[in-house]
Design a protein around this ligand. Structure first.
Ligand code: PMP
Length: 370
């Protein structure tokens, strides 16, 4: 068994912590894949063993999303950002318009990429409040757009969409930081994608799920690597696929399936409630997102009232072998990511640290010092 005594509790936003069972299986496969006398790192991408990995992963993705085989499942390189490019490359005509819901850094990045291929229009934005809340969405989304793009969870600012309005245009979603973390009606989306390094594996690859009809909506001829239709035709092995990355995602999918999305959702709600409660009830800390119904269960962002509290919190985290709590450079403060592989026990350790810090005691110590 893998030695884990010095393993840190990693609340980082991604590459994120993976379950120890999955790491163990991935490590075993690096030495010997499935007792076949060959490492997963040496496994041919067009062989029958890898084909079985791809097919099982597609089955589990469809099962977890409750989608039938009218949806194609792809594993592509380039993580999330490659999808920022591929979506407009495939579906946004130079004279067409795509709508973007601007709920944070990643959605505005996606919109910038789209601007290279056509018009990218903001449908709703929360930029003017520093993205500390979700944008106000219309009851019905506009018709006639090439597509409307959402980011379901804002990894940097800590907001999460619970539901989306009805739409007359195809819906596209970046689910990089909350895929398979909760029950969601995936059939509302015509295409959704996720960088793997948070809830479903390691960095550098992206999962894409798209309704087959979308393949008919392609607006330009593209080099095959950026063409969804070609990637579907080649069953995700157009290039030499990232065999190890995709295998790790399969291990994650099996792990998610064995726990069940219902249980995962319950656990994620409990973890987030515990942490937000500790922050809300401690005047030493300030949550970044005040509107409770806009808060993310995946990324919890908050600040310390002053630098002494900030330093104390970081010191206590180090003492407890906790890492990855610093906020994104755009926001500062702290960000604690509670992806599926984070246990309730780990969150309890963190909340004990928060509870042990009190503004009064730190001010009192400072007062004594002077
Ligand atoms: N979308 C979201 C919501 C993200 O959180 C990230 C990365 N943190 C990305 C896209 C970009 O992913 P990648 O770095 O794999 O391109």
């Amino acid at each position: 068994m893998m030695k884990t005594d010095n393993r840190k509790i990693n609340f980082g936003a991604g590459p994120a912590t993976l379950p120890i069972e999955v790491l163990q299986l991935a490590a075993n496969a690096v030495l010997d894949f499935d007792g076949r006398g060959i490492s997963i790192l040496e496994l041919p991408h067009r062989g029958k063993e890898f084909n079985a990995i791809i097919e099982e992963s597609k089955l589990i993705v469809r099962e977890l999303c409750q989608l039938d085989d009218n949806y194609e499942v792809l594993w592509l390189q380039g993580g999330g950002r490659q999808q920022f490019c591929m979506v407009p490359m495939n579906f946004l005509d130079q004279n067409g318009t795509a709508g973007y819901v601007d709920s944070g850094h990643w959605s505005s990045e996606a919109m910038k990429y789209a601007g290279h291929y056509g018009n990218a229009a903001v449908i709703a934005s929360s930029k003017n409040t520093g993205y500390n809340r979700l944008p106000n969405l219309p009851d019905v989304l506009p018709k006639g757009l090439a597509y409307i793009h959402f980011t379901t969870n804002n990894t940097i600012y800590g907001t999460q969409l619970q539901d989306i309005p009805l739409s007359g245009s195809p819906l596209v979603a970046d689910m990089s930081s909350d895929i398979f973390s909760c029950n969601r009606d995936h059939s509302k989306y015509d295409l959704f994608y996720a960088a793997a390094q948070k809830n479903i594996g390691i960095a550098g690859i992206g999962l894409v799920v798209l309704r087959r009809e979308m393949l008919e909506k392609q607006v330009r001829t593209l080099p095959p690597m950026f063409d969804y239709k070609e990637n579907v035709r080649e069953n995700s092995v157009l290039n030499t696929a990232n065999v190890f990355g995709i295998y790790t995602s399969l291990l994650m999918l099996r792990w998610i399936k064995s726990k069940g999305i219902d249980n995962i959702e319950k656990e994620n709600i409990a973890k987030a409630a515990l942490l937000y409660n500790a922050i809300d009830n401690n005047s030493s800390f300030l949550p970044y997102v005040n509107e409770k119904s806009h808060r993310s269960n995946m990324n919890v962002c908050f600040n310390a009232r002053n630098i002494e509290i900030e330093n104390r919190f970081l010191q206590l985290c180090r003492e407890q072998n906790i890492t990855g709590v610093k906020g994104h450079r755009l926001v500062g403060g702290f960000r604690v990511s509670l992806y599926n592989a984070i246990t309730l026990d780990s969150v309890k350790i963190l909340t004990q640290i928060i509870n042990s810090i009190s503004l009064l005691s730190i001010e009192y110590k400072l007062f004594i010092k002077f």
